[in-house]
Write a protein that binds this ligand. Structure first.
Ligand SMILES: Cc1cc2nc3c(=O)[nH]c(=O)nc-3n(C[C@H](O)[C@H](O)[C@H](O)COP(=O)(O)OP(=O)(O)OC[C@H]3O[C@@H](n4cnc5c(N)ncnc54)[C@H](O)[C@@H]3O)c2cc1C
Length: 370
């Protein structure tokens, strides 16, 4: 049913890239528009950790399981190295600046965790936890889509036109110029809130976190650490070794309003220094490591913590694919496949779309300023 359908996907993060990829598998030739470049925002700066069943008992369970399997299949088809895909172990630890933690120990530490840290529980293994390099994953999805006939356009989406039958969408405005469209997918991550100027949508907002990439060659073991800092303040620190001798570290929440341009999102020096210090509390290899990259990004959140995937009520031809919070890299492939099915078959066949329906939340529109 893809013949001649003009589909515009707005946003080339992991979600928009995956929508474009799965549309092209079905013969469609979408236009993918991003104001910067693929993976310019969170999808290029996330950890890229994947878990089969960590969403069990939540509305995301079926989506996450399907997507975990799709990541494995994509790695087989496109090449694990190209996507930075590898299965990995996951370990829960407790760490602190000072004090004896031995009473929390349940397991011996892996040798590289030689700081004031104790291993508590194995929470994932090669069958249930894995990683991709999110930038490589997102870029590969776009490259494959373009190779199959999609068009990648660099430009700012500034509005929508609704001149189609029964008030359906008829186009998008990109850098001031109209572009015809029969279908528009809004995959703008935390910037979906900006689209409330164009149509009534449920609220999407962003929470900012800093992250570091350190140069250190350690085993493929993701570490989720309950860390007690000065003044007994607690936080969860996440440490993800990657292939190629680097380690990604995150966990430092930051404040700040979302700029229009993803290239203007910067971490603070204080957050980066603190992350490096805390990584060093866990491991001398991380303490002594050079800082390869520092970044910050915004997780796109909905009010109920569940993504928005489906048609926008009252705006025929428009779809939302956003609000994936902390699991947008994991859930990108299954989301992309669902949206392609909605557009081309009229409904998602692979995953039950009901939990993600935009109709479940109140929608609002920004009518001035903002
Ligand atoms: C520190 C951190 C660690 C994370 N770790 C993980 C993890 O381990 N596993 C996991 O599954 N998830 C993780 N996430 C979550 C994941 O990164 C996000 O859920 C996911 O990247 C969201 O993808 P997206 O495509 O919806 O949005 P984004 O990646 O934000 O993409 C939105 C795109 O829209 C473009 N855009 C914005 N406005 C316009 C406009 N007007 N016109 C055109 N283009 C526009 C932007 O340039 C951007 O490229 C993490 C997030 C953070 C912050």
């Amino acid at each position: 049913m893809a013949d001649g359908m003009r589909i515009v996907v707005c946003g080339a993060g992991a979600i928009g890239a995956s929508v474009a990829y799965f549309l092209t598998r079905r013969g469609a030739r979408p236009v993918l528009v991003d104001r910067a470049r693929p993976a310019a925002a969170a999808s290029g700066k996330a950890a890229g950790f994947l878990a089969l069943d960590w969403n069990a008992g939540t509305p995301l369970d079926e989506l996450a399981r399907a997507s975990f399997g799709l990541h494995r299949r994509l790695a087989e088809e496109l090449g694990a190295e190209r996507l930075g895909y590898r299965p990995m172990d996951a370990l829960m630890t407790a760490a602190a600046d000072e004090g004896d933690l031995e009473r929390h120990r349940r397991l011996p530490n892996p040798a590289w965790l030689d700081g004031n840290v104790v291993a508590h529980e194995v929470i994932g293994g090669a069958e249930t936890t894995a990683q991709v390099d999110p930038r490589r994953f997102t870029t590969a999805m776009v490259e494959e889509a373009v190779a199959a006939g999609a068009e990648l356009v660099t430009g700012v989406v500034e509005g929508l036109a609704f001149g189609g039958p029964d008030g359906a969408v008829s186009g998008v405005v990109v850098d001031g110029a109209p572009r015809p469209a029969d279908v528009v997918v809004l995959a703008l991550g935390p910037w979906t809130s900006r689209a409330q100027r164009w149509l009534a949508l449920p609220q999407v907002f962003g929470t900012k976190s800093a992250s570091l990439v350190l140069g250190a060659d350690v085993p493929a073991q993701a570490v989720f650490s309950e860390y007690v800092g000065p003044g007994r303040g607690r936080m969860t620190v996440e440490i993800y070794p990657r292939a190629g001798g680097v380690v990604y570290v995150s966990g430092q929440p930051e404040h700040g309003s979302l700029p229009d341009d993803p290239d203007e999102i910067e971490p603070t020096d204080r957050a980066c220094a603190e992350l490096h210090r805390i990584a060093g509390v866990h491991s001398s290899a991380l303490r002594d490591a050079e800082v390869v990259a520092r970044s910050a990004c915004y997780r796109p959140l909905t009010v109920d913590g569940v993504p928005l995937i489906g048609p926008v009520p009252g705006a025929p031809g428009t779809y939302l694919a956003t609000g994936h919070a902390s699991w947008g890299i994991l859930n990108a492939p299954a989301t992309g496949r669902m949206v392609a099915e909605m557009i081309l078959d009229g409904a998602s066949r692979s995953v039950d779309a009901a939990p993600f329906a935009p109709t479940r939340l109140p929608a609002g529109r920004i009518t001035s300023g903002g």
